[in-house]
Design a binder for this molecule. Structure first.
Ligand SMILES: CC(C)(COP(=O)(O)OP(=O)(O)OC[C@H]1O[C@@H](n2cnc3c(N)ncnc32)[C@H](O)[C@@H]1OP(=O)(O)O)[C@@H](O)C(=O)NCCC(=O)NCCS
Length: 168
């Protein structure tokens, strides 16, 4: 199994991974919409024997009031159901964080399970005075600095691309 950037020939299989992992095709549609909108994405796949078994997507987010910080959001990520809990998601996140850092992003946000993401260094965004635009329980919206200390002077509300609001 190895992790590599998405290629155009992967699109159909990425869709299959997302529809298999999530209860509806909302996430698969969102991935396709973001790609079609020409947004600069970081999209990685886990491939094994020429089959895509996992996918992770990062897309740029902004913060209001405006800040110069370069922020990106992790969403969605998916691993084929019969390949979950085998460490594939962990490898996708770790490689994704590395690629985001190389691309110049300074911090990553994620709206996700509070038992899962802290192992990668994510912590509640409220530790930094950063909020989600969505009405979610404390601890579910998390952030990780890629450049230590970068969030010490930042506060505000994180905004995802409007396509996220259309997805559900
Ligand atoms: C979340 C997901 C991507 C993790 O990938 P994975 O390859 O299973 O993850 P790993 O094997 O690296 O890590 C396993 C750990 O993740 C956690 N985990 C996995 N799925 C989880 C879930 N649905 N809810 C909460 N925690 C979960 C568990 O703590 C597990 O640890 P354990 O096996 O010691 O209990 C995968 O389970 C998945 O596709 N789930 C459905 C889609 C989804 O919910 N995506 C995340 C939201 S965008």
């Amino acid at each position: 199994m190895h992790i590599r950037p998405e290629q155009s020939t992967d699109i159909e299989q990425i869709r299959k991974v997302n529809t298999a992992a999530f209860p509806t095709d909302a996430e698969a549609n969102l991935v396709d919409s973001l790609r079609s909108a020409g947004i600069k994405l970081i999209s990685l796949v886990a491939e094994e024997n020429n089959q895509i078994i996992g996918h992770i997507l990062f897309s740029p987010v902004t913060i209001e009031p405006e800040s110069k910080i370069k922020l990106i959001g992790l969403a969605p990520m998916a691993v084929l159901p019969d390949r979950q809990r085998q460490g594939i998601g962990t490898q996708l996140v770790n490689e994704g964080l590395k690629v985001c850092t190389q691309a110049g992003y300074e911090a990553v946000v994620v709206l996700g399970h509070p038992d899962y993401y802290p192992r990668f260094g994510f912590e509640p965004s409220t530790n930094f005075g950063i909020q989600s635009e969505y009405n979610v329980p404390a601890g579910v919206f998390m952030v990780k600095e890629l450049q230590p200390g970068v969030l010490s002077t930042v506060s505000g509300t994180v905004k995802y691309h409007p396509l996220f609001n259309d997805a559900w």
